[in-house]
Design a protein around this ligand. Structure first.
Ligand code: ADP
Ligand code: RBF
Ligand code: MG
Length: 369
């Protein structure tokens, strides 16, 4: 994402915004991952999951992607043939691409404040139209759309705009990597700011009108529900931090979990036979401990006399507090988690967060659903 030409002084005034589409506003990458995996598998090759195969091809135009797949996987076909094959897979799937968290909110906000928005995508014009068709209100939001097949050279040429091109044009550039930041970090090193997700974008830092939708210190989100039996976690919540987190079997949550951006959230928990409680929860890889898997770690803000392993736990996640962070000491991590708990406790007494404590999902026994 790029702001307009701006001076280097701290009170930057951005008067228009240029956005990227795939991986910034919509999650096409999850779908592409599936398509590329299928194609190379057909030729007996193994796709590199976890964003590794994708990142090598990020921002490339379709024919360039095909050429790099043929070369890297030593496929017995031409780039043109591969392109044709991949097109037959992708053309039907744009309707499955979901808006990324914070995307619709950002477009609405900029539109409401009459900030002109441009869309600069390496994707061909026809695909852009298909992708936008499934997102209500998006097409009208853009004053200009520049597609990959409408320019001589795609990104990173300044004819289009990506992180490198945006900087070359003297713009302010905010990057929102769509695949795990550990891999992506170097790619975006030229950006003025690198965000975990659009939920963390603060327009006022760039001279744009601030969002007004925070409630207390939390941001209302489209609520999501998850549940399952409480299982053993990493065994360090209570022991190392003095903060117990009730772990759920994440394999069963599957794509639900990958859809939600890492970060600290608040919401409500229902425990059968016990009641409904406020929660503050971390979603992600816990950088401090460098976990190997993405987990959800809800801390129920209530003193329980005993453990409740095996009991059915229901969660409704209703708001976002902050991105996951790393800390230089355990004490600082613990202090921050306690601050999060105070934010959650206060915000959950306010609308719209408070209304979800009565949701039937929290208390309905499994069989009756
Ligand atoms: P684990 O690594 O097995 O998740 P923790 O040290 O994180 O262990 O403790 C979590 C367990 O503690 C939960 O599964 C639950 O049985 C119990 N527990 C007790 N009080 C709470 C609470 N307030 N919030 C979450 N879990 C709690
Ligand atoms: N772990 C991190 O590495 N970084 C964080 O910013 C972070 N924030 C957390 C916030 C809350 C509210 C909770 C409950 C946990 C958080 N943790 C964070 C996760 C903590 O490391 C985790 O609960 C332990 O690793 C237990 O498995
Ligand atoms: Mg735990």
């Amino acid at each position: 994402m790029a702001g307009s030409p701006a001076s280097n002084c701290s009170n930057t005034l951005v008067d228009h915004v240029i956005l990227d589409l795939d991986g910034t506003l919509i999650d096409t990458e999850t779908l592409l991952d599936e398509v590329y995996a299928k194609i190379v598998w057909k030729y007996g090759k193994k796709w590199e999951w976890d964003g590794i195969g994708l990142i090598k091809r990020l921002g490339k135009r379709p024919l360039e992607v095909a050429a790099s797949l043929v070369e890297d996987y030593e496929l017995p076909c031409t780039a043109d043939e591969l392109l044709e094959e991949s097109l037959s897979h992708v053309e039907t799937m744009w309707s499955r691409a979901k808006a990324l968290p914070g995307a619709t909110r950002l477009l609405k906000h900029l539109r409401a404040h009459k900030i002109p928005i441009g869309l600069a995508s390496n994707s061909p014009a026809k695909n852009i139209r298909s992708k936008l068709a499934y997102q209500p209100g998006w097409l009208e939001s853009f004053k200009v759309i520049v597609a990959g097949d409408e320019v001589k050279e795609g990104k990173p040429s300044p004819e289009m705009t990506g992180v490198i091109a945006g900087k070359a044009a003297g713009m302010k550039v905010v990057a929102v990597p769509s695949i795990p930041s550990k891999i992506a970090r170097t790619l975006y090193s030229g950006a003025d700011s690198v965000l975990n997700s659009l939920l963390d974008f603060r327009p006022e830092l760039w001279g744009l009108p601030p969002f007004q939708d925070w409630v207390g210190k939390a941001l209302p989100i489209e609520p999501w529900c998850l549940g399952g039996p409480v299982i053993k976690g990493f065994g360090r919540g209570s022991k190392v931090l003095g903060i117990p987190t009730a772990n759920l079997p994440t394999a069963a949550l599957g794509s639900q979990l990958s859809q939600h951006v890492c970060g600290i959230y608040l919401g409500w928990a229902g425990l059968s036979n016990r009641g409904v409680y406020k929660i503050v929860m971390s979603v992600g890889w816990n950088p401090f401990f460098d976990n190997a898997a993405k987990t959800v770690e809800p801390w129920l803000l209530h003193d329980f006399p005993d453990d409740f392993y095996g009991e059915e736990l229901r969660l409704i996640v209703v708001g976002y507090i902050r991105p996951e962070a790393n800390f230089s000491s355990l004490e600082l991590l613990i202090e921050r988690i306690h601050e999060d708990a105070e934010i959650a406790k206060a915000a959950l007494d306010l609308l719209p967060f408070s209304s979800y404590q009565d949701d039937k999902f929290l208390t309905t026994p499994l069989a009756k659903q």
